[in-house]
Design a protein around this ligand. Sequence first.
Ligand SMILES: [Zn+2]
Length: 297
Amino acid sequence: MPDPGPFADIRARAYKAAWALENEELLRERKAAYHQAHKEEICARVSAYYREHREERLGYAGAYRKEHTDSARAYQATYQMQHAEELRAQHTAYYASHKDAFRTYYDAHGDKIRARARARRLENLAEERARDKARYQANRASENARNRAYREAHREQIRANAKRHRQTPGCRARCARQKAERRALGAVPATLLESLKLRSGGICPYCFRPIEKGSLDHVIPISSGGTNAPDNLIWCCLSCNHRKRDRSLLSFLILLHERFGCWPTGANCWKPTRMPNQLQETRVETACLYILLSARL
Ligand SMILES: [Zn+2]
């Protein structure tokens, strides 16, 4: 065998490089095939390396991000926007497979997590509220169903929360004040109550739905100087009464109108039946007109 000479190594390398340049495509294919065939092994090796050099890597990444905060954030945002579907699917899958771990963590750190969420919400309260409202408006049926399901599933907890709330000083004081105001007005005579129920005809004058659970409403709230005079009393459904709280009649009607985007019509209450445009021109006029139309006061 002849002596390859002192430059054999360099020559071989040059040949190899030239060949690689010519056969780029082939090499890429081979490489991909190799990767495909040894995928698990390679992944294991890479993750072992990552695990071993974790601190170091995190240090690099952290330092880089600190130095390039804006561009890193922009890159992340773009990436997230471009891969939104994929990322969502990944998160859902990850959550499903780690549900127990999440639950355990939440149980252990619930207070901290809730406090952080509350603080974040308070920081952007107006924005958050607008977003909630928009979401509700866009998905009213499903949101209502979800809320109902939640209330049914957490009935005991909700009741306990309400009880705890009633025992807080502010709520107790308000309750005591309301009770005192009611006592000062005196009881509504049973005969008056009966005649009010009769006058309602079993239909709530606010929402026009048949009254299942009825309640006595002060049209002008007691807190605004309303009395137990027959003119000021009305028999309505409990949910309307709860919704009205201590609002004036006008602001309650406006609230209903804003919430449902329409006025109730006797036959099909709260179906989006809009009043003619000219009647919507001023809310106050519309509300007064509505009161007159309902003719139950
Ligand atoms: Zn009602």
